[in-house]
Design a binder for this molecule. Structure first.
Ligand code: FES
Ligand SMILES: [Fe+2]
Length: 420
């Protein structure tokens, strides 16, 4: 059972919190690259870890992430004009470039003389893997860019969606690494995979996996063992990338899912759901699967809100639930959302009330890793994972191995790639 104060420490991410400080030691994806596609296009409002920012792409295509509130009298820069190499505040016309310099101060007679002192805070930015990333921590600790393979392949290798929901980030992250729910939440009543989904049949035949959870330089290797016929075990090896992403294995050379969970604040989370094929572009069949509404939910046009959401009971179909599928909810991420969004009042689970079993081994390991890192940082010990981006060059895998295989040896060449 988790102590209530540890739960609090894990779920709070605002400025000055232990977990908030930990997240601020890493590059965080904050938006889709497509949200800022045009030079001098519309600025975008960002809320990350309980703080407000504004993002824009300037005339040369450079991206800026600035504090949201103007240095002059704190107007929100989202209402500003993005023009000619800078974002101009709508209130009195002060203008800031992507580095936060005040480059024009037109409402005061001595504006040209004093504008050099009016800099606003700008944050390091990079674009990688179809995403725009920001770094919000101390400048002297800025890490190397993320190096996981999925962020290096071209757009043709990837389908990506962004979903914004109520709910604390940790609940969703726990769902991502919880292999045992797959046999239930995502199943059909005839013990088969849902049409259009990509989950191995073994996950529905053996519903009580045995865990091998291995701490690694990048986070955790999470191997769930199930019966795979008389000679074999089925292994589903997912990878949890500290502190916010999970790679989920797919069978038969299908693209794999990566769920990245970025806290907007304590009660809201941004999910980037990325379907990646590292070694080849996605096929037309892959694209059709992505569009079918099962692996990726249908979204309300022009928003990051799924059509099926809590306000309409996730469009649960009770007849479908009685006759065909375990939940009666269509899309896999919405099935996840229904059970993880509301694990407690106010969108935050109270883990001191849980009853855990051995099926929760991976979740316990993840919580411990986060908690230990947050407490270490409180003592001044920086998270080593921020300094080893190339350790993140790993893959998830869904495979059969002979029953007598030594798992960690067999896994390593399948899951670890090009680690320098
Ligand atoms: S508040 Fe922005 S220019 Fe005055
Ligand atoms: Fe799930």
């Amino acid at each position: 059972m988790m102590k209530r104060e540890d739960n609090e420490l894990l779920v709070r991410v605002g400025p000055g919190t232990a977990m908030g400080n930990l997240f601020r030691r890493f590059w965080l994806p904050v938006m889709l690259a497509s949200e800022l596609s045009e030079p001098d296009g519309e600025p975008v409002r960002l809320r990350i870890l309980g703080e407000e920012f504004v993002a824009f792409r300037d005339t040369d295509g450079r991206i800026g992430i600035l504090d949201a509130y103007c240095t002059h009298r704190r107007a929100h820069l989202i209402w500003g004009r993005n023009e000619n190499y800078g974002l101009r505040c709508a209130y009195h016309g002060w203008k800031f470039d992507v580095d936060g310099n005040c480059v024009d101060l037109p409402n005061a007679p001595d504006g040209d003389r004093i504008k050099g002192n009016m800099k606003t805070r700008a944050y390091p930015v990079l674009q990688r893997g179809g995403l725009i990333w920001g770094y919000f921590g101390p400048a002297e600790l800025q890490p190397e860019p993320p190096a996981a393979e999925l962020f290096e392949v071209g757009d043709s290798h990837r389908h990506i969606s962004k979903i914004v929901v109520e709910g604390n980030y940790l609940q969703f992250a726990e769902g991502d690494i919880d292999s045992s729910h797959v046999s239930f939440l995502h199943s059909s009543l005839d013990k088969s995979a849902l049409p259009g989904s990509r989950v191995s049949a073994f996950a529905f035949q053996d519903t009580s996996p045995r865990w091998t959870v291995k701490p690694t330089d990048y986070g955790l290797m999470l191997a769930a063992q199930r019966d795979g016929g008389p000679e074999h075990y089925h292994w589903r090896v997912n990878q949890w990338l500290f502190p916010f992403a999970t790679m989920v294995a797919s069978p038969e050379d299908a693209p794999f899912i990566t769920n990245v969970r970025v806290p907007i604040d304590d009660e809201h989370t941004m999910q980037f759901r990325i379907w990646t094929q590292i070694d080849r572009p996605l096929t037309a069949v892959d694209r059709d699967n992505a569009a079918a509404g099962v692996i990726f939910p249908e979204m309300i046009p022009g928003t990051f809100t799924p059509v099926a959401n809590r306000s309409n009971n996730y469009l649960i179909d009770r007849e479908e639930q009685r006759k065909r599928t375990f939940t009666g909810i269509k899309a896999i991420p919405i099935q996840d959302l229904a059970v993880t969004q509301e694990q407690g009042p106010g969108w935050i689970a109270d883990r001191s009330l849980e009853k855990l079993t051995s099926s929760d081994t991976a979740i316990v390991a993840m919580r411990k890793r986060l908690l230990d890192a947050a407490k270490a940082l409180q003592q001044g010990i920086e998270p080593p994972e921020a300094g080893t981006p190339r350790a993140y060059r790993v893959r998830p895998i869904d495979t059969l191995l002979p029953r007598n295989a030594v798992v960690e040896e067999a896994m390593r060449p399948l899951t670890v790639r090009h680690v320098a």
